[in-house]
Each structure stands twice: as C-alpha cells, then as structure tokens.
Design a protein around this ligand. Structure first.
Ligand code: GLN
Ligand code: ZN
Length: 760
C-alpha cells in the first residue's frame, strides 16, 4: 500500500426500509416465487455494495450479505447439513436452507444462539457425523458478482476455521484437530480460487481470538494460518478480530498473515496498550477498528485523530487500514431517516452510513493531514459538546440517587424459604403450576391497530379500547386452556425494550433504526442519551385491568435493567454501570407501583443477562455482580408475599446458574428446548433452590408439540429438579406465533402438566 486506505468489515443486510425482511417474509409465505425473490435480493445486495463505495470505502466487504445468517451460510457451504434435513440426492435447496434455520413440519430447527456478546443470533452448526466438503465457493461467487456487475474489487469476508468449529457442536474436544484437518483443504481451495480470480485481500473473521482462548488454540492458529498462507501466497490474508481486545497480542501479530484487524474501541484501550508496548511487525498491515461498530453515537473525531496519532507511532500510515471496530451489522442504516428526532440528539448520532463517512474522514486525515478535514473534525467535537451540555444529560436528582445507592435496600426482607411459605398460602397453586412467558400473538391486526393509533387515525381511547378487548379475549382463552398463572399478553407493546424506552425519561425512540436480531426479525433499540428516570407508571393500567377480569393471578410484566441496557444504544458520555443503576431505580418505582395496585406476581425479564457477559472469563465476576445487584435494586423492595418472577432465553446458562440463583427471584422461567436437554443436565450437579420452569416447548418454530414429547421433557427435568419448585412454561413469549399455533400448543402443555401431576 502507498497510503492509508478505508475499509469496512460488514454492512447491514436489511436495507434502509427493511426491504430484506419484507422480501424474505413474502417468499416464506409463498407469495413470491423463488426466481423473483432472488432477483430482488440481488438488486438489494448490489445496492448495498454501491452505497459503501459512494461513502468513500475503498476496501468493500463482499459475501458478508446473507439470506438468513452468515454462520449458517458457512455450514451449508461446507455441506454441514443436519441429518434430519438431508435429501437423498444430497442437494440443499433454498427451502432446505431456511428449514434448517426455522424448522419445518417434520423437523425441528437447529439451535440458535447469540453471536458472542451481541443481540444477533446465529444458527449453531451441527457437526455430528459430518463429512465436510466444499459444495460451492461462496466467497468467490460474491467476489465475482461485485467485480462483474459493479466493477468493485471487493474483499471477500468469511468465518475462519477455528472460530467456525468453536461455534459448532456435535463433537468432542479430542476430535477438534481431526475436524480442523478436514476443513483446512476446503479453506485452501477457497483461497486458491480467489487468488486465481485476482482478489487482493480477504478478511478471515476469527472473533474467537477476543475470548479466553487456551495455549492449545494458539498453536492451532499457528498451524492453520501457516497452511493457509502457503496455499495462496499472492493473496493478502487479513486476520480479523473484534468485540474485545486479543488475549495473546504478541503471538497473534506474529501469525503468518499479511494483515491483522484489531478493535480499538472497546476495553478501554487494551489493544492500544499492547500495540505501544510490543509494537507491530514491519511486514504487516494493521486494520485499525477505530469507529465504534456496535454503537450509534457520532465519533468525536478529535479524539479519534488523537487515537490514530498514537497508532501511527507504531505503524506508518501506508500500512494502516482505517475501519469500524466490528461489522456494521449491529447498527441501523442511516440517521437520515430519523426525521422526527430532536436535532440536538440527531446531531449526536452516526449509523452505518455516517460511520463510513467518519472512516473516510479519518483516512483522509492520515493521508493529507489536518487541513484536509479540519471542518469535519471541529464540527463533530462541537456537536457532541453541545449534547453533553444539555439539561437531559445533567439531571441532578438522578445523579444524586446513583451516588447514594446505599439508601436503597437491595435484598428481600426474608430468605426464599420463608417467602415461599407465605406465597404458597397466598396463591394456593397446584404442584407443577403452568404459566406462559408474557407476550401473546402479535397478529397483523394488533400491529395494525397500533399503527392506526400512531398515525393519529385512532385516538388514545380507541386504541386503549382495542388493547382491552384483546386482554379480555385472552384472559378468557387462558382460563379455558386451564393455565394457573395468567398474563395480560403485552398487546400494547411493540417490543419489550422499546416500549420502556418510550416511557422512561432520558430515552428516545427512533422511527427506522432497525437492526437484525435473528433471521428476518429486526429490533429497534431505543437510545439512552440522557440521565434515565421514571416519569409515570408504564405497565400498571393493563396489568390492573387484566387482574380485574379473573381470580387467577396475573403476572405484572417488566423488562429488567440489564436487558434494557444491553438492548439499547447507550450513550458513552457516562459509565455504563451508572446508566444501569439509573434504569434499575426507575424500574424499582414501577415495581412498587404495581405492588401498591395489588399486582401480586411481578415478572422482570432478563433475557440479555447472559449475552452481556464479557468475552473473557476474567471479567465475568465483575459483570455478574453488577448485573445481579441491579436486578435486586429493581425488585427487592417488595413484600415477602409478592412473588418476583424472571425469565431468560436463547443463551447457554450452564455456567452462570449461580449468578441466576443470586438474583433471588422467587421463580425463573428459562428457555431449555433449544439446547436439546443440555441445560437440564446441568442441574444434575448444580443446586437450584427456588421456583424454576424449564421451557417445555420451542416457541420459535410454528410446529405444535406432541403431548408425549412435552411429558418426556417434564419428566426428564423432574429427575433433577424438585417437583415442588417446578413450573411448566414454554421457552419464551408467544408474540411471533399465530393464534392457531399458540392455543393448541398451550393446550398440549397444560394437558401434559396435568398428566404428570396425576402421576406424582
Ligand atoms: N415477556 C417477554 C415476552 O413474552 C419476554 C421476551 C423475551 O424473553 N425475549 O415476549
Ligand atoms: Zn424469552
């Protein structure tokens, strides 16, 4: 390279108006033919590449685009198809591809789990009896496409072999190296073909390097990259890491590749410290991730040039690639669509497109110096300064409360055993009580009603009346089904975090700031831009109304502080931990208000607790104790008779059971179906001594479970958990299901519970 160049690691797939999601769902529902679907998708994909070019990116990623998930793409490319989806002729149709992800009539979907510490979910590769083969060279296909159709000499992006295997399941640790040997020749072929085609750079993602890897793994990296480097000597391999600093800096920068990508945003500068301490090899390019790829705030370009100046002391500009710290998959597309935001706040934001422009400015700065970009740099600093001075970031009462947390009791009055007796008396539930997680089908009718209200076509009263009717209808349905503990159904909520974002002070919600969560499902995380505070009751009206309709307990339903924090875009002007406590104190007021209004069970969901864990184990204790404290701050002020529930899902909980126990919730409902029994086994040697329901069926598939299946799952759980403490519930909320799916599934569940109950 003769100068610094700008690059990107990955770009949102969903399109500025979620065209991607719409196309997928049209295709799935059978409303669009495969041919026209693929045409539409191709246009979208090319448009995204073109846009990156227009935003000044020189090294544009290709192949990061996906029809569902990039890990699933990797599996399918290597012919890793779970047995139950295999066809006799060995072919994998588009339908099969989606079936692996979503399940089909005859077969359950592959597990899905969180992509490192993000809210993106990937499809877990199943390697049982796998014989990997290269079914098609995916990176090559997209490299060619960009070159032929747009004249872009792209940078193919794909998952490296070690991370891929680490994310997979279905093999024993001893088999790792043997498996690796089966994949290596396939990777060699991919690289050789790309080399022949004229590719200059490839980005091989190995985010596993930011986790606590072992010396064994390090040796594997040496072995693997040695071979890949020899296989394609004229291709530049960029080994890309992200999400945290790398644990073995000195060893990693010495790996036989031509470029190393490091995250310089997270971790308070650990990678930078290593760079300054150990230097960087003269024969390599450093891809410096200096723009935050995980957050939506405008970068203070003054600070960023200072950061680059430090980096430049170790690596000259002509060996630097400037880029975001991670793929931009995790941020929305453009701030331009946010026409309704307060300009002060809007000026403080940068989504994917604006981040690319920041990358462009910083690259110019490296190559041409201050003068070329002085206006952009000063402008960014001024805008951020103005927002920092605003009243929303200086709410004295909130800041005082967080500075005096000792004034808030964060433990229940009595230990669980004593509370349990009081609660048993109060609720008088049967053994194996049945309940559900919170949301009920958000039908198109429900969403339409909300839209009419948002657009002003319906007034407040009409909308409220509609929600009330839904609640009436579903309280009745739940009573008919015979559930023991009911829910109001969350019909008034668009999303479990955004809803609270709309009601809490210090939050703003956006019009169009969507990001992909899993498959076609997108979420619109709210923005925490100021000090967070309680304004008025947020959930009381609906809960009280629902409870007035039935003698059975109806759970109040809140999203917990850790989840609200993790699923929002949180301003970086104050410490994350302080924002967490601000949220916890606001929720505490809501919990107290529910209790005052005679809501006797209150569920505070924390599905994001696990995913927020730092990647390195050494940082876990700090994170978990803060998270547990925040949960208790939000929930512990209630009376002993009030039953606190919580819920968690779509994560591996095996190694944080103790922390979950420490939350001191009276009941936890936890997802278990997707881990195919692995979670249940955990309790063979872990004591969990409070109420617990392990999800007994998978809600993310449209399939209605068989009663015998559910009974087997319950019985299996009862071998390791105390029947007196066991609850029966689905894996997660039923929001994405239709009524025709939800009702019979709940009936099956309740009947299964009855049958097991009778045998006890
Ligand atoms: N109460 C929420 C619901 O039922 C929980 C959702 C979640 O855990 N992701 O939808
Ligand atoms: Zn859930």
């Amino acid at each position: 390279m003769s100068k610094a160049i700008s690059s990107n690691l990955g770009y949102p797939r969903i399109g500025g108006n979620r065209e991607w999601k719409r196309a997928l769902e049209r295709f799935w529902s059978g409303k669009q033919s495969e041919e026209s679907f693929l045409k539409e998708i191709e246009q979208l994909r090319l448009g995204l590449l073109q846009k990156q070019k227009e935003h000044g990116i020189e090294l544009i990623p290709v192949g990061d685009f996906s029809l569902y998930d990039h890990v699933l793409d990797t599996s399918v490319m290597f012919g890793i198809i779970p047995e139950r989806f295999k066809k006799a002729n060995g072919e994998v149709s588009l339908q099969d591809y989606f079936a692996i992800a979503r399940g089909s009539k005859g077969a359950v979907a592959s597990s899905m789990t969180k992509w490192f510490n993000t809210n993106y979910h990937y499809i877990v590769p199943e390697l049982q009896n796998a014989t990997p083969k290269l079914t098609h060279n995916r990176p090559l296909t997209y490299y060619r496409e960009a070159k032929e159709k747009l004249g872009i000499n792209g940078k193919p992006v794909f998952l490296g072999p070690i991370t891929f295997l680490k994310l997979a399941k279905g093999y024993e640790e001893e088999q790792f190296d043997k498996l690796l040997d089966q994949f290596l020749p396939l990777y060699e072929t991919i690289l050789q073909e790309l080399e022949q085609e004229g590719a200059e750079w490839v980005q091989i993602d190995e985010p596993i390097l930011a986790t606590s890897i072992l010396p064994d793994d390090l040796q594997r990296f040496e072995r693997v990259y040695q071979r890949l480097n020899i296989a394609a000597p004229n291709l530049n391999l960029l080994l890309q890491t992200y999400f945290e600093s790398v644990g073995y800096y000195e060893e990693i920068i010495d790996l036989p590749v031509q470029g190393i990508g490091l995250d310089f945003v997270l971790d308070e500068g650990e990678n930078l410290a290593s760079l300054r301490r150990f230097g960087f090899p003269d024969d390599k390019v450093l891809a410096a991730g200096v723009i935050d790829g995980r957050n939506v705030w405008r970068a203070n370009l003054k600070d960023k040039t200072a950061l680059l100046a430090k980096i430049k002391e170790s690596v000259p500009a002509e060996r630097l690639i400037v880029q975001p710290s991670t793929s931009l998959l995790h941020v929305p597309v453009t701030v331009k669509s946010e026409t309704a935001l307060d300009p002060l706040l809007k000026d403080g934001l940068a989504f994917a497109d604006e981040k690319l422009l920041e990358v462009q400015v910083l690259t110019k700065w490296l190559n041409l110096g201050d003068k070329a970009v002085v206006k952009e740099i000063n402008d960014s600093a001024a805008k951020i300064d103005k927002l920092n001075q605003s009243s929303s970031r200086n709410v004295a009462s909130v800041q005082n409360a967080v500075n005096n947390l000792q004034e808030y009791r964060a433990d229940r009055q009595s230990p669980f055993k004593d509370r349990q007796k009081l609660q048993e008396k109060r609720f008088n539930l049967p053994v194996l009580p049945s309940t559900s997680i919170g949301s009920l089908p958000q039908t198109s009718e429900v969403r339409k009603a909300r839209q009419s209200w948002r657009k002003g076509e319906w007034n407040e009263e009409q909308y409220e009346g509609y929600v009330k009717n839904q609640i009436v209808k579903w309280i009745d349905i739940q009573e008919q089904i015979g559930l023991d503990v009911l829910i109001h159904g969350e019909f008034e909520r668009n999303d479990m975090v955004e809803y609270f974002g709309e009601k809490l002070g210090g939050f703003a919600t956006t019009k169009n700031a969507w990001v992909q969560s899993y498959g076609s499902r997108c979420v619109k995380p709210p923005l925490v831009y100021g000090d967070v505070h309680f304004l008025e009751p947020m959930t009381v009206k609906e809960s009280v109304f629902a409870q007035s309709l039935t003698n059975k307990p109806v759970k109040g339903m809140l999203t917990g502080p850790v989840t609200i924090l993790n699923w929002s875009f949180v301003s970086d002007h104050i410490k994350k931990q302080d924002v967490l406590y601000q949220i916890a104190l606001a929720l505490r007021e809501e919990v107290e208000t529910l209790e005052e209004n005679n809501i006797q069970m209150i569920q505070v969901d924390e599905p994001a607790l696990r995913e927020g864990l730092p990647l390195k184990r050494s940082k876990w204790d700090d994170y978990l104790s803060t998270a547990v404290y925040a949960f208790k701050l939000a929930t512990a002020s209630v009376q002993d008779e009030t039953q606190i529930h919580t819920h968690m899902c779509y994560s591996e909980f095996q190694d944080i059971i103790d922390a979950i126990n420490d939350l001191d919730a009276d009941v936890i409902a936890i997802e278990a179906a997707l881990s195919h029994g692995e979670l249940i086994a955990t309790f063979e040697n872990k004591v969990y001594d409070k109420g617990i329901g392990l999800g007994v069926y998978d809600i993310h598939s449209p399939r209605i479970p068989e009663k015998t299946e559910v009974i087997t799952t319950i019985n299996r759980a009862l071998q390791v958990l105390d029947p007196k403490l066991f609850w029966i519930n689905p894996d997660c909320g039923l929001k994405t299901r239709t009524e025709e799916e939800a009702i019979p599934a709940l009936e099956v569940m309740v009947n299964a519970a009855r049958e097991v109950r009778e045998q006890l």
